[in-house]
Design a protein around this ligand. Structure first.
Ligand code: ATP
Length: 228
């Protein structure tokens, strides 16, 4: 599903963010990416959806060798990858419905099809009743649920989340975790970069720890392993 072979990333300013990573993540896994601030977690994640390109090494996602991917083929890769950010990144002037539909309209789905799929996604995140609301009329947890609905509306093979609970209070964060587990149980691979010690130590999953751009630990049912 996701495979990295001897992957390195040096940014143009000389920062060595990833220093020789080998990893394999299978279809249907749920993986936490943990590690100190600045360790390279976001860089690792960004390379999977081709937001950043490695300086060296091979990355294969869903059978596609990303180094062979032309710029115009990147949207097709992203159709198989849902992405959720800490700060939601919803479009402020579009309604909840439109924010989610936007992800489908760009791939030229028919209107009835869009409606069906957006409402299914909203149903999954229990927000059908807020379809017409604007993002800033929602709580943080609701906004994060909208961003998850947007990420999964294309039925992606992989859901990548970078600190999805970072801006949420603890109770809301647990609700987001229920949702990510539900999505994972339907077969979607979930990758979650997080600093949330309590969640990692309670909902046990594979833990990949990155330190100084290298894999420091890779455990099947791991612990967070750092002070919160
Ligand atoms: N676009 C960039 N240009 C230059 N350096 C960068 C860039 N993005 C990240 N870095 C540097 O690369 C290193 C790894 O950053 P990265 O964001 O991947 O870490 P992280 O583990 O996600 O950190 P955090 O937990 O704080 O989000 C850091 O030293 C950071 O300053």
């Amino acid at each position: 599903m996701i495979e990295m072979k001897d992957v390195w990333k040096t940014y143009p300013n000389g920062v060595k963010a990833v220093n020789g990573i080998d990893i394999k993540i299978d279809k249907g896994e749920f993986v936490y990416i943990v590690g100190p601030s600045g360790a390279g977690k976001s860089t690792f994640i960004k390379m999977i959806y081709r937001e950043e390109r490695p300086t060296k090494g091979q990355i294969v996602v869903n059978g596609t060798d990303l180094s062979k991917l032309k710029e115009r083929q990147v949207p097709r890769l992203r159709r198989h990858i849902g992405i959720v950010f800490q700060d939601f990144k919803l479009l402020p002037k579009l309604s909840v419905y439109e924010n989610i539909a936007f992800a489908l309209e760009v791939i030229e789905e028919s209107k009835p099809n869009i409606r069906k799929r957006v409402m299914e996604a909203l149903d999954l995140v229990s927000l059908k009743n807020k379809a017409r609301f604007l993002p800033d009329e929602l709580s943080g947890g609701e906004q994060q649920r909208v961003s998850i609905a947007r990420a999964i509306v294309n039925n992606p093979d992989v859901l990548i989340t970078d600190e999805p609970t970072g801006n949420l209070d603890p109770e809301t964060a647990w609700g987001i975790m229920d949702l990510l587990e539900e999505i994972n149980n339907k077969g979607t691979t979930v990758l979650m970069a997080t600093h949330n010690k309590e969640i990692v130590n309670t909902i046990k999953k594979r833990v990949i720890a990155i330190e100084s751009g290298m894999i420091a630990r890779d455990e099947i049912r791991g612990e967070y392993g750092y002070e919160a």
